[in-house]
Design a protein around this ligand. Structure first.
Ligand code: PHE
Length: 357
């Protein structure tokens, strides 16, 4: 009996070594080790042997089974690897090569790029980044920013109210924030003066045409400290204008109105597309329309009434003063890169997007 086991094992070993495919190997496994195969049959017969033979025959048969299983496993791994190699060669596929067509890893959207460039400028000037919720309380979006009860921006025709906000004058009603200015209040509640923060983020208005989309991005600035003046505002914005549009730029402040700044200004940057309103070819400048100035943002000195809403956080208008500004990130990107239509930013046509970065 031991002889026939040994013979069977030798035959199986020879066949395993000679197997040329994993399918062939599987067939060998079934034939020698499968439920109805010879070796298991022999093993089952061990119990019928005389007691003095059982031990040794059982041991030899079992060792053979274990050895053959191990041999099949290792041969199987060899054959699998060889078969994968030949499939790769036959298919001409080198999985280590870049894709075809060769797709670039992508790039940041122009709005994100512009936002980050602006953040870098203001971080360089000592500002920190603050953020606030896009779904905002009427209290923060309007009331604490000194908006009169009848201010037109409060109308549901201008502003997206969140479902359930039936009473638009209720400070607890929720809106999609119409500007990043409510974060002025939140930042001052969270930190006593001095404070120097910028607030990039999405804002929402019920508007839609070539220069307005219902959602867009703003970057707010707020500086509150002892002795802050309009000159500090102008110097800060001049540094931003030069970093963004070139070292030759100047800025100009024009009187304006915002409910939460007093005085309020609109800020223009000197045109970077012409000289004296005339372009190189002799035509009137199509960017500043010949005026030599381009409007870029709104700003002003923080209204003492606004400090009144955060007075318990250390904002005493007798002691501190501040400036605030708010710019449209899309507007900066459009001016800088001559993007003709705001909607291009949101259509996500790669032919547009891949021109930047
Ligand atoms: N929040 C204003 C707007 O959206 C801009 C602004 C910000 C004006 C800060 C003054 C100070 O139009």
């Amino acid at each position: 009996m031991i002889d026939s086991i040994t013979k069977l094992r030798a035959e199986a070993e020879a066949e395993i070594a000679a197997a040329t495919s994993s399918a062939g190997l599987e067939e060998i496994r079934v034939r020698y080790l499968g439920r109805k195969a010879q070796l298991p049959n022999l093993l089952r017969g061990v119990r019928d042997l005389p007691a003095d033979q059982r031990g040794e025959v059982g041991k030899v048969a079992n060792e053979s089974r274990v050895a053959l299983e191990a041999l099949i496993d290792s041969r199987c791994a060899q054959l699998d690897a060889a078969e994968l190699d030949s499939r790769l060669v036959a298919g001409g596929l080198d999985v280590t090569l870049p894709g075809d067509p060769n797709h670039s890893p992508g790039r940041l959207h122009l709005i994100t790029q512009t936002q980050r460039e602006l953040e870098d400028v203001f971080i360089g000037l000592g500002f920190a980044i603050a953020e606030g919720p896009e779904i905002e309380l009427v209290q923060y979006n309007f009331d604490a920013l000194n908006h009169a009860a009848a201010h037109p921006a409060r109308l549901w025709t201008d502003t997206f109210y969140v479902a359930g906000a039936d009473d638009v004058s209720n400070p607890a009603s929720l809106v999609l924030r119409t500007h990043t200015s409510p974060v002025q209040i939140r930042a001052m509640q969270a930190q006593a003066p001095p404070i120097y923060v910028i607030v990039p983020g999405r804002v929402y208005r019920r508007d839609s045409d070539a220069t307005h989309t219902p959602q867009f991005h703003q970057l707010e600035g707020l500086a509150v400290d002892e002795g802050i003046t309009l000159a500090d505002l102008k110097g800060t914005l001049l540094a931003f204008a030069r970093a963004t549009f070139g070292d030759e730029r100047e800025v100009r402040l024009r009187p304006h109105f915002f409910p939460f700044t007093e005085p309020s200004v609109e800020v223009d940057v000197s045109c970077f597309n012409c000289s004296d309103g005339v372009m190189a070819g002799g035509q009137r400048c199509n960017l500043c329309k010949g005026s030599t100035w381009i409007e870029i943002l709104g700003a002003g000195m923080v209204d003492p009434n606004v400090f009144g809403h955060v007075s318990e956080h250390g904002y005493d208008p007798e002691r501190v003063s501040g400036f605030a500004f708010g710019l449209g990130i899309e507007r900066i990107a459009m001016l800088k890169h001559r993007v003709p239509d705001l909607r291009l930013f949101y259509e996500n046509d790669v032919r547009f997007l891949r021109q930047f970065g």
